[in-house]
Design a protein around this ligand. Sequence first.
Ligand code: UTP
Length: 410
Amino acid sequence: MSITLSQAKEKLEKYGQSHVLKYYEELSGTEKAALLAQIETSDMDVIDSCRHQEELLRRGVITPLAAMQLPEIQANRESFTATGLEAIRAGRVGAVLLAGGMGTRLGSDDPKGVYNVGITRKLYIFECLIRNLLDVVRQADAWIHLFVMTSDKNHDVTVRFLTEHEFFGYKAEYVHFFQQKMALAVDYDGKIYMEEKGKMASSPNGNGGWFVSLKDAGLLETVHEKGIEWLNAFAVDNVLQKIADPCFVGATIQKNCVAGAKVVRKVTPDEKVGAICLEDGRPSIVEYYDMTEELLEAKDDNGEPAYNFGVILNYLFSVAELERILSQSLPLHVVEKKIPYIDGEGKTVKPEAPNGYKFENLVLDMIHQMESCLPFEVVREREFAPIKNRTGIDSVESARELLRQNGVEL
Ligand code: UTP
């Protein structure tokens, strides 16, 4: 039993959101209950953040963090790989697919992973990722637990799709699904949009909530039971990436770091990727729009740009360290977004341009909570083919070209 109508009214009044109940009397019994439950469980404190966004993302002092570069990796490849394979064989490494995003830039209503990048045959994004993981399973001759994060918006389709395709050859008992939380979506005045008469508009709360959501889904127990000590979190849209890469895992372990971040050398100092760095002495990522002239021009001891390595959303985390930071909150990012809503007459409007804000936590901010992090360079053309858009930069087109270059038949 969720809160009563009068309790809901009280909560909404407190946050200046009484309009949420405008259509309440028109709703069926089930819809009424669902709306009351949504009001009860929704975090409305976040809404206030859109009124003081500047303060939220204030940066500390940025200094360089040296990456482990290709020559060093090459010189130690065998040893790193042996250490990584040993950890994988002992079941100490798991993978976390962050697939709760909306993929709005790709312009499909389906989850991104079900997108077909093939041309003469079907080759789904999920399939590309699972194949990459299967390469490591074969190399290690051991299965790796794969945790798949979805959201309320794409959970059922994702589960159905992967089940129907028999996980593209992955062992079903090694696949675990969990859903991330949703966050309310508001207009520019901080008023909650209504998606339906009985439902407040919401969107997935960003990829930074993954560990909390994994825990809330009861899967931290599975992590412990299986003896998993490392979790490799990765994005759904980089079809070339190596997952649970033994060399990366081994390098992070040998360097005694509690986290690792795969990075690529930037094409130009002002390339639009987040650069790995230290912030107030701790590992961090400075977004491209926060790069000052001074940072852009800074050089390291070898005369190379000091902030030359961009993250590609493939991070390794020590589980113990993730548990240590569970009680810490992540900074909130307020993001402008196109939010479908019902207008004064109750009709659905799908806006062409952004019309409000969504609230997100980001996985890159978790790196700043880590005691240490190894930036690990990878060859861009081999491991970085993100699909964000349909055409142009980071698109289906560019990813297809890179897949071809890597010998993948399309
Ligand atoms: P993006 O930042 O590219 O966001 O996500 P998106 O929602 O997928 O795409 P756009 O911006 O709407 O076009 C980077 C990664 O983080 C995951 C995505 O699924 C992707 O793997 N993600 C993002 C989540 O898992 N949850 C979220 O709430 C947001």
